[in-house]
Ligand binder design. Structure first.
Ligand code: XLS
Ligand code: NI
Ligand code: NI
Length: 464
């Protein structure tokens, strides 16, 4: 085996910023990704996402409002609990001046948004600007980076879907932000949100998101749940008041998640948040940003979470990243299932669409996806899945494939008995007497689940 050549080369770790003389980082992708249709074999083309194609009364771009998440794509390096970063993100190197690095990161981010053709992006304050020695310094840096972002947005036409404050990474937030036992920490978190909401407003953001972060608890032994929920309600009311004070017209969104990082996250799922919003008088002010894998972690299908939100008038936006069926944590993978997303898109369309919201890919590549081009493959695939799902959903809804079946199934509730029950005109005694008088003995009717599963698959197969 002396001269055996295993055919391996050492990895090409091209460091340095932006990569070549053209000043580009993603040199393998020369221009914008284009639509080439389902027959295309070009991995750097869209097969389904055709931005200008009309679907019902809107274009695909208007329906889907795709956004790239700044954090996974540009502020992370692929590190996990067991090992250091694997991705090629030279601006994250420790020896860089933090503001210099933040500027380089932003140049690369906008190069990516433009080449991908993503109309929106989303950020946490700490994704776009470094943390300074004091809060005041952090704010100065954030403002400077917001100016920088405004310039890139103006130049490229890319818009902000939402901003959000990172109230979870730093040690100070270990016991939560709004739900912290220390009111001074509550104040610190409020100041940060005030600043980030102002920044989002300055950048014309369409929404402002609050994901619970560490708003939850690990042990009941040290936690006063009732008090913490009141604090959270107060905090959110402050955010809403401030939104009106500054004239921010975007939507305030809460992102449900049942656990991780804490064992019990207060914003467990859509129904839990609906109850919370009613209790704290916020139901007309706040909507939901629903993430696919957070639904899974809560033991729900994504479509369940979306349906609950739609039926309660609470659907705001979605994070389209999925989990893995056998991993119980937030793996943040790009969506791959047209069937799963078609059912959710069907509900979204039934509810009138995403409004100020959009489809954010709060998703990251796997740790072994070490090439720059992998970031394109990831997003192109996700966008195509969502676009195809939109087409499937639109056809199903236009045909009334599922809505018609449901209307028939509940028909009795539109007739006299159902209407009288729902209007409160019949007591338990009335119902008892009616059953006796008419010898009522209703017979079961088929739910037709298997036939409907086949029907959905036919739509998935035939859409083009
Ligand atoms: C974490 C959340 C987070 C939010 C933004 O699980 O998904 O990324 O979307 O703070
Ligand atoms: Ni998540
Ligand atoms: Ni998310």
């Amino acid at each position: 085996m002396g001269d055996y050549d295993p055919g391996m080369t050492s990895a090409d770790t091209s460091a340095g910023l932006p990569a070549d003389s053209s000043g580009e980082f993603f040199t393998d992708v020369p221009g914008p990704i284009r639509y080439e249709g389902p027959d295309s074999d070009n991995p750097l083309a869209f097969r389904w996402y055709d931005a200008g194609r009309m679907v019902g009364d809107r274009t695909m771009a208007e329906h889907l409002r795709f956004a790239v998440a700044y954090w996974h794509s540009f502020a992370a390096d692929g590190a996990d609990q067991f090992g250091s970063g694997t991705w090629d993100r030279p601006w994250l190197a420790n020896d860089r001046d933090p503001m210099d690095a933040a500027r380089s990161k932003m140049v690369v981010a906008f190069e990516f948004f433009e080449k991908l053709g993503a109309p929106y992006f989303c950020f946490h304050d700490l994704d776009i600007a470094p943390e300074g020695g004091t809060f005041a310094e952090t704010c100065v840096d954030l403002d400077a980076m917001v100016d920088e972002a405004a310039g890139h947005m103006e130049r490229t036409g890319v818009k902000l879907l939402w901003g959000t404050a990172n109230l979870f990474s730093r040690p100070r937030f270990a016991a939560g932000a709004a739900t912290n036992p220390d009111p001074e920490l509550f104040a610190r978190a409020a100041a940060q949100v005030r600043h980030c909401l102002d920044a989002t407003h300055r950048l014309g953001g369409a929404n402002y998101v609050l994901w619970g972060g560490r708003e939850g608890y690990d042990t009941i032994l040290n936690t006063d749940v009732g008090r913490e929920l009141d604090q959270l309600g107060r905090f959110l009311n402050l955010v809403v008041e401030h939104k009106h004070t500054i004239g921010f017209e975007g939507t305030i969104l809460i992102e449900p998640k049942p656990h991780e990082p804490t064992k019990h996250q207060y914003d467990h799922d859509s129904q839990t948040i609906a109850g919370f919003l009613r209790k704290y008088d916020l139901i007309d002010e706040v909507k939901l940003n629903i993430e696919v894998n957070h639904a899974t972690l809560a033991g729900h299908d994504f479509v369940h979470e979306v349906t609950v939100a739609v039926d309660d008038g609470l659907l705001g936006s979605i994070d389209a990243n999925r989990g893995d069926g056998r991993l119980g944590w937030d793996t943040d993978q790009f969506p791959t299932s047209v069937e799963e997303m078609s059912l959710a898109m069907h509900e979204i369309l039934r509810g009138g669409g995403l409004g100020t919201g959009g489809v954010n890919f709060d998703a990251k590549m796997r740790r072994q996806s070490v090439d720059r081009i992998d970031l394109f493959h990831a997003h192109i695939g996700g966008m195509d899945v969502m676009a195809r799902s939109l087409l499937v959903a639109h056809e199903m809804l236009t045909d009334g494939a599922l809505t018609g079946v449901k209307a028939d199934r509940y028909r009795g509730w539109d007739r006299r008995l159902g209407a009288d029950i729902m209007a409160g005109r019949l007591s338990l005694v009335d119902l008892d007497e009616m059953v006796a008088d008419h010898s009522l003995d209703p017979v079961p009717v088929s739910g037709r689940q298997e036939a409907l599963e086949n029907l959905v698959n036919r739509y998935v197969e035939r859409v083009c």
